[in-house]
Design a protein around this ligand. Structure first.
Ligand code: PXL
Length: 281
């Protein structure tokens, strides 16, 4: 199996390609990368970061790849460096996804009810277009609200997650909405052939940078290993939650990302079908 991960390289603050590559490779499949931008750190919680937009390089990279006859079983797209890259990703899907291959879009745009730096409503509009071409979309609550036009819930208010899944689904797009807070639970809502699926896990206090990227990478890796979408999202959600709780137990600054490495062995044991009895490291 061959996977292409399209995402930025944030040199510090684990997210994007610095989590996608290790996680997808560890799942046991080839992971090629297409960097969309190069940053000294991610943009959430650091001041003075550098940002090099790689849009000009992408068409040249693609032309070379075509001479190699490359094609992909799975294409996973995450953080894009600017709005023009949305059309580039659509073009990549058309040129490099194998017939029967799957296109996974994490519509990275915001968190905690706010757009990230560098994003605006025009980007949201264009992202809707990318999502319509996807087999799976993996928005968090903020992104699901932006894409569906449903207002972000006020504190204590319940997100109408079933409606959002209904609004975002289409004949070939399966929405998987992550991070829905319901009391002490953190819930994933997803489209099933009959209605919505719900997978609840314990909720940790606060925002954890990079958790959506860990989830998306693990989901992609599990799909590429032949798991069904439902199995993949459960394995990915368990791995992400365990990594969040491991991080929460330390004094690590949240902006440096999740301690996913220490949960990798357990995640892979489960992916490989071993009845793993080991304690969390
Ligand atoms: O984890 C999402 C993400 C990815 N890439 C960059 C980011 C963020 C979130 O802040 O800034 C560069």
């Amino acid at each position: 199996m061959r996977v292409l991960a399209i995402n930025d390289i944030s040199c510090v603050g684990k997210c994007s390609l610095t989590v996608a590559l290790p996680i997808i490779s560890a799942c046991g499949v080839t992971c090629d990368v297409l960097p969309t931008a190069l940053l000294s750190t991610h943009t959430g919680g650091f001041e003075g970061y550098t940002f090099l937009d790689l849009s000009e390089e992408i068409p040249k990279i693609l032309r070379h790849w075509e001479t190699l006859g490359l094609s992909y079983d799975y294409i996973y797209s995450g953080y894009l460096g600017n709005v023009s890259q949305i059309d580039m990703v659509l073009d990549i899907r058309r040129r490099f996804l194998r017939p029967g291959g799957k296109f996974i879009v994490d519509p990275v745009m915001g968190d905690g009810g706010k757009l990230y730096a560098h994003f605006d409503m025009r980007f949201v509009e264009e992202m809707r277009k990318l999502c319509r071409e996807a087999d799976y979309i993996l928005p968090n609550v903020t992104e699901a609200c932006l894409l569906s036009g449903v207002p972000y819930p006020a504190p204590g208010e319940r997100l109408p997650a079933e409606n959002i899944v209904g609004k975002l689904r289409s004949t070939h797009t399966c929405p998987i909405v992550t991070g829905v807070e319901e009391g002490k639970q953190n819930v994933v809502y997803y489209d099933k052939s009959a209605g919505e699926g719900r997978y609840a896990l314990p909720q940790a206090e606060g925002l954890f940078h990079g958790s959506g990227d860990v989830f998306a990478a693990a989901f992609t890796g599990c799909l590429a290993r032949g798991k069904t979408a439902e199995e993949a999202l459960r394995l990915a959600a368990d791995f992400t939650t365990a990594s969040i709780f491991r991080t929460a137990r330390t004094n690590d600054e949240r902006r440096y990302g999740l301690r996913f490495e220490e949960e990798m062995f357990r995640f892979l044991s489960r992916l490989n079908g071993q009845n793993d009895q080991t304690e969390s490291l």
